[in-house]
Design a protein around this ligand. Structure first.
Ligand code: HEM
Length: 435
C-alpha cells in the first residue's frame, strides 16, 4: 500500500508543498472519472470540480481548451516524448483508448492518479490502475499533447487502416531525406505521439508511462525521448535558456503573447477536422560536442550569428535587437555570415516563414566509441510543414555552418488535433473520428 492513509485528510508535502493526488487520488471521496462519470453518477468534469472544492490545485495547466496544451503553454523544463505504433485493427478500440486517455489526462494534469482507484486502491489481485510514481508529486504544470502520424491514416502501401484515409490532412507529408540525415528506424516515425512536458521529469514520465500502460495490446512503444532544459522560450515572461553549445536559444522564437503571429504560423485554420490544431515536427539532433568544443569563441559566434555572452546579433545591440542581415563588415563581407545559422533560418531569407520552436536538450550516455550522445530534441509547431519546415531544413542541411557539428538521428511528423472542450463526452481526436 502507498504512503497516504486512504481515510485520512491527506496533507502530504511535496516539492511544491501540496499533493492533489494525495488529497483526491485514493481518498474516500475520490472520483470515478475513467468511465466519464463520477462516483455517484455525476458527470466526470463537474464531479472533478466539486471535489477539488476550495483547494485550487497548484501548478496546473488546464487540459481543456480550443487548442491542446503544450503548444503555446510556456515551455516547461522537462520532456517525455513517446512515439507509438497502433497494434489494433479495430477503430472502436482505438477511439476507446483515446477516450480513456482523455479521462486520464483530465486527472493527471490536475495532479491526480489516472483513475479514482489509483495506485493502491484496487484489488490486491489486480495490477494497480495507476503506476504510482507521481502519487506524492504536484501537477508540476504537466501538459499532455497527442498527435497523429501519417501512418495512422494509411499504411506504407496506401491502405486505409481505420477509415481515416479520406481525412489525411494535406500537411501530413512524408518528410523528404535531408542532406546529411542519418535517421535511425528505431527513432523515426510513429502512428501516434505523446508529448508530456512538466516541471518535474517524474511527472512527465508518469504521464507517458500510464498512457502507454492503458493502451496495452492496442498500442506499443516505438521510441521514446527524454529531454531536459527547454531550449526555447515560448513566452515573453520567460528568460532565454541555453542549449548544449552554450548559446541562448529561443531569442527570436515566436512567443505565445504574439497571438497574431501564432495565428499566422502555427494554427491550422481551414474547414477540416484539424482546424485549431497544428503540426509537430520532431528531430533528434545529435550535437558533436567533441568537435564544437574545440572551435574558438569567435568561430562559434560566426557559426550561430550571435554572441555567446548576451545572445545579441553580430550586427550589434542587445539580445532582442533585430538582426541586421545587410550590415557589412571587414572585407566587404556581411557581419552576420552568409552561412550562419541565424541568417539561414531568419524569416527574411525564408519568405517570412516562422515556427514555434519548443525543443529540449537531451543526454543519452555515450556511443560505442565513448563519444557523448547528446544534443537537441528539436520540436517545432508549424501551420504547414511543407512550407514552414521542409524548405528551411533543406537549406540548413546544405548551407548552415552549424551542420558540420550536427547529426539528425531521429524524426517524426504528427498532426496535432485541436483541444478538448470541457465537455463530458469530448475526447482527444474526436474531430477526426467524427469528421
Ligand atoms: C542542434 C541544432 C540546433 C541548434 C544548436 C540551434 C541553435 C540556434 C540558436 C543558438 C539560435 C539563435 C537564438 C534564437 O533566436 O533562438 C537559433 C535560431 C533559430 N533556429 Fe536553430 N538551432 C538548431 C536547429 C534548428 C533547426 C533544425 C531549425 C529549423 C529547421 C532551426 C530554426 C531556427 C530558427 C527559425 C531560428 C531563429 C532565426 C531568427 O529569426 O533569427 N534551428 N537556433
Amino acid at each position: 500500500m502507498g504512503e497516504t492513509p486512504r481515510d485520512e485528510t491527506p496533507t502530504t508535502p511535496t516539492r511544491r508543498g501540496f499533493s492533489r493526488r494525495a488529497l483526491l487520488g485514493t481518498g474516500a471521496g475520490a472520483l470515478a472519472v475513467g468511465a466519464g462519470l463520477g462516483a455517484a453518477g455525476r458527470p466526470a468534469v463537474a464531479a472533478l470540480e466539486d471535489a477539488l472544492g476550495d483547494h485550487e490545485p497548484q501548478d496546473v495547466v488546464d487540459f481543456h481548451g480550443e487548442h491542446q496544451a503544450g503548444i503555446v503553454t510556456p515551455a516547461q523544463d522537462r520532456l517525455c516524448f513517446a512515439s507509438l505504433n497502433v497494434l489494433t485493427k479495430d477503430r472502436a478500440e482505438l477511439i476507446s483508448l483515446l477516450k480513456d486517455w482523455t479521462a486520464a489526462c483530465r486527472r493527471i494534469t490536475r495532479g491526480l492518479d489516472v483513475t479514482e482507484t489509483g495506485f493502491d486502491g484496487g484489488s490486491e489481485y489486480a495490477p494497480p490502475q495507476d503506476t504510482g510514481e507521481a502519487h506524492d508529486l504536484s501537477a508540476a504544470h504537466l501538459t499532455v499533447t497527442v498527435g497523429f502520424g501519417r501512418s495512422l491514416f494509411q499504411d506504407s502501401s496506401g491502405k486505409d487502416r481505420f477509415g481515416l484515409k479520406a481525412h489525411l490532412p494535406k500537411g501530413l507529408i512524408e518528410l523528404p531525406h535531408f542532406a546529411g540525415d542519418q535517421l535511425e528506424d528505431a527513432r523515426t516515425g510513429g502512428d501516434l505521439c505523446i508529448q508530456a512536458c512538466a516541471d518535474d521529469p517524474q511527472v512527465a514520465v508518469h504521464a507517458v508511462h500510464n498512457l502507454i500502460r492503458m493502451g496495452f495490446g492496442v498500442v506499443s512503444t516505438r521510441w521514446m525521448q527524454l529531454g531536459f532544459g527547454r531550449t526555447s522560450s515560448t513566452s515573453t515572461a520567460q528568460a532565454t535558456p541555453r542549449n548544449l553549445f552554450g548559446f541562448k536559444d529561443g531569442t527570436a522564437n515566436l512567443k505565445a503573447e504574439d497571438s497574431a503571429a501564432i495565428d499566422d504560423h502555427v494554427w491550422v485554420r481551414d474547414d477540416s477536422w484539424l482546424s485549431g490544431g497544428t503540426y509537430l515536427v520532431a528531430r533528434r539532433i545529435r550535437m558533436i560536442l567533441e568537435t564544437w568544443d574545440r572551435e574558438a569563441l569567435s568561430g562559434q559566434e560566426k557559426i550561430i550569428g550571435r554572441t555567446k555572452g548576451t545572445g545579441a546579433p553580430l550586427s550589434g545591440g542587445e539580445e532582442f535587437t533585430p538582426v541586421d542581415l545587410n550590415m557589412m563588415g571587414s572585407g566587404n563581407q556581411p557581419i552576420v555570415p552568409v552561412d550562419s545559422h541565424v541568417r539561414l533560418a531568419h524569416p527574411d531569407t525564408n519568405h517570412g516563414v516562422q515556427m514555434l520552436r519548443r525543443g529540449y536538450n537531451y543526454a543519452d550516455g555515450t556511443d560505442t566509441l565513448g563519444n557523448m550522445d547528446v544534443g537537441l530534441f528539436f520540436i517545432a509547431m508549424v501551420k504547414d510543414p511543407a512550407t514552414g519546415f521542409v524548405p528551411i531544413q533543406k537549406k540548413l542541411a546544405r548551407e548552415d555552418a552549424l551542420s558540420e557539428y550536427l547529426r539528425h538521428t531521429g524524426s517524426g511528423l504528427f498532426a496535432v488535433p485541436p483541444g478538448v472542450p470541457a465537455d463530458e463526452n469530448a475526447y482527444l481526436g474526436q474531430q477526426l473520428f467524427e469528421a
